[in-house]
Design a protein around this ligand. Structure first.
Ligand code: TXA
Ligand code: MG
Length: 337
């Protein structure tokens, strides 16, 4: 049964009455799903540990996976962080509002449930007029994990949120599909050089253009600083199989193998070499830009699940710019329990 109240708010013409309704729900300890430029988030008052606990419950989120605190602008950062090191300031000036999350030393007042007992806090200023208006009216911090059941592909539309959490949360703000389609890039600036803990909508190349080389972070080091990354992520029900970009031969062999096993196959292809094939259950158009692929990748995984395919064959993308982030999501989606 659907419990959530749906509030449609136009991104270009904000209905302030509806937005203030959502703010009140947050002030009273309720859960509000909201759009950002990356994916939809599930919001609660960051200083209300009872409300934050509900987020972990409805998402079935492991308690060692900390939450991002969303704020309206850098001026609010000092409510939650002890300080912002120089490189953090430079990144914030260059990319906020935007798909960048900074890990900073946390202030004592933040409930430990938000940060999973770490001594750091994740902060982000999202680039979306609707949630920015809500944040300004609210005045504080709103925690916002992606608004999906843990382990599933992140939601890029209000319908996805409704499917996963519609019977468990109070409000869903619907402002249409999100623009970037994959989550923010998480950068730990409490260490020098800073370290990328999660690739996302902001590329390594753009980050390095502002603060210089940041080196590669090994899985071990990331795990140590971001324990929640070890959990299963982004997986549809179907099995995800990755094959090389432009790999027509590999693709044809895989199709043959799975069809001979009687499996229903879904496909996510983008290269021109696939143009003249007869393709079933295809998502993402041939000759797409990497931005188009990123924007649609989680939607494609969800829609193929709805078609009840057994296997999803996914063409790899080159790991340049946000291509590296798309491949990170796809590799994680391909891991089976
Ligand atoms: O784009 C996004 O980041 C979206 C939108 C809604 O803002 N949010 C999002 O949240 O993706 P979530 O909870 O799905 O992912 C948060 C990531 C996780 O990898 C978590 O481990 C990491 O941020 N994180 C949060 N706090 C951290 C901390 N104090 N130290 C290290 N990693 C942290
Ligand atoms: Mg998530």
């Amino acid at each position: 049964m659907q419990k959530a109240k749906l509030l449609k708010i136009d991104i270009n013409k904000i209905d302030e009455g509806k937005a203030r309704f959502a703010v009140n729900v947050l002030r009273n300890g309720g859960l509000v799903a909201f759009p950002t430029e990356t994916v939809y988030g599930l919001g609660a008052d960051a200083l209300n540990s009872v409300a934050v606990k509900k987020i972990f419950d409805v998402k079935s989120r492991p308690p060692d996976n900390p939450l991002i605190v969303h704020i309206a602008s850098i001026e609010y950062a000092m409510l939650f962080a002890e300080n912002i090191p120089d490189k953090g300031k430079k990144l914030a000036e260059a990319f906020w509002p935007g798909p960048l999350t900074l890990i900073l030393k946390k202030k004592e007042n933040i409930p430990s449930i938000v940060t999973a007992n770490l001594d750091t806090v994740a902060l982000r200023v999202p680039n979306h007029p609707v949630i920015l208006f809500v944040l300004q009216e609210f005045g504080g911090g709103i925690v916002g994990p992606s608004a999906n059941v843990s382990g599933k592909p992140s939601p890029t539309s209000a319908e996805h949120v409704l499917e996963d959490l519609g019977d468990k949360i109070d409000v869903i703000i619907d402002s249409g599909p999100t623009d970037i389609g994959i989550e923010s890039t998480v950068v730990d600036v409490t260490i020098d050089p800073p370290m990328i803990l999660r690739l996302g909508g902001l590329s390594r190349e753009l980050i390095e253009s502002i603060i210089g080389k940041i080196g590669t972070s090994s899985d071990d080091k990331v795990l140590q600083r971001s324990p929640g990354t070890r959990h299963k992520h982004y997986a549809p029900n179907a099995q995800v199989i990755l094959f090389p970009e432009n790999g027509k031969q590999e693709f044809l062999q895989l199709i043959k193998k799975y069809e001979s096993e009687g499996k229903k196959v879904g496909m996510i292809l983008h290269s021109d070499v696939f143009r003249n094939l007869e393709i079933k259950n295809l998502f993402i158009a041939i000759n797409s830009s990497i931005e188009h692929i990123a924007r649609n990748i989680f939607r494609a995984l969800r829609e193929l699940d709805k078609k009840e395919v057994d296997v999803i064959l996914v063409e790899s993308v080159s790991e340049k710019g946000i291509g590296a982030s798309v491949m990170d999501r796809l590799r994680k989606a391909s891991i089976r329990d």
